[in-house]
Design a protein around this ligand. Sequence first.
Ligand code: OGA
Ligand code: ZN
Length: 372
Amino acid sequence: MTTATLRGSDRVLHVVWQDGKSADFPFLWLRDNCPTGFHPETKERQFDLTGIPLDLAISDVSVDDGAIVLTWDGETHVSRYDPAWLYDHRPGIGLIDPARVEPIHWRGDFSPARLPRATAGDLMASEAALLEFLIDAKKTGLAIVDGMADDKNAGIEMARRIGFLRETNFGTTFEVMSKPNPNNLAYTSDALPLHTDLANQELPPGFQFLHCLANEAAGGGSTFCDGFAIAADLQSEDPEAFRLLSETPVPFRFHDEDYDIRRHHMVIDLDPFGNLQELHFNAHLAGIFDLPADKMEPYYRAYRKIMEMTRSDTYVMTTRLLGGEMVIFDNRRVLHGRAAFDPNTGFRHLRGCYVDRGEFDSRIRVLSRTKG
Ligand code: OGA
Ligand code: ZN
């Protein structure tokens, strides 16, 4: 049986559940999260915190029909809480998130054959298959879909099954092929060293989808590396370089006739909890460094060090996309590149689009609901 007792001096409700776990719920938290304070349909909070005093008190607690019932001192309001709901929201622990998938770091010895892989037809037909694939793709940050229809829109349809597409200055979709008057090195036949796309944006796109429609030219092999593995190794091997790369904002810029999109970022970005959040690494879009002169040389040392790591066999996985395959990767974690190709020897065409991390995660959560 669940028990609930007041600890008035600490202004907390102490709850012990049947499994022996216990937690303290501060009175303010309980009042702020009273179920009646939420709109019954939209589930948004309507309760106004400024309408209660900070030192509010509870005059009575009871357990009624399985619910914990609190009577607030000086108010007519009574709050009822489901103990299971309280259990799921324990302070300091919070709600379990099905989209919180621990990354599995990989390095150059990770064979492309071990990448998460699924067939387009299965992913389009089965929500269970899609959920499993999305979770696997989040673990490695890189996955392959094969059996894609030889149709320019097949990649977009698959991406839309996951979330809405992120539009950028290159469009909602982009054609990666050698073209006249390119405004992006990807639209030449040159080699592309490992990079993250659009590091110059306020929020660089999350998951990138590259559907290989043709890869018949000589050259044009793909390279990938796990930026999280590189950052983790750098942190232990060269903490000073890690510190500089994770604390120093540097400029990134894209500019052509129509746009001038600039943003400072850390090359290695940590989230508010100190976990690796993302990398911004794109030598083509790196702006002109604007650090104070005396900070420049130490920064260049650190920046060059991570650049060398992105060139090293220790980290780089090489593969070759085949027509009918689509690669999906977390553009804010996994760096991608390609070898130069000779457009005179055959056609090479990838069609790309992006779905941001937020939509990708939402899809995982919603698909997880039906799993029961
Ligand atoms: C890109 C890119 C890789 C390739 O379009 O951003 O990096 O294989 N393309 O052409
Ligand atoms: Zn790219």
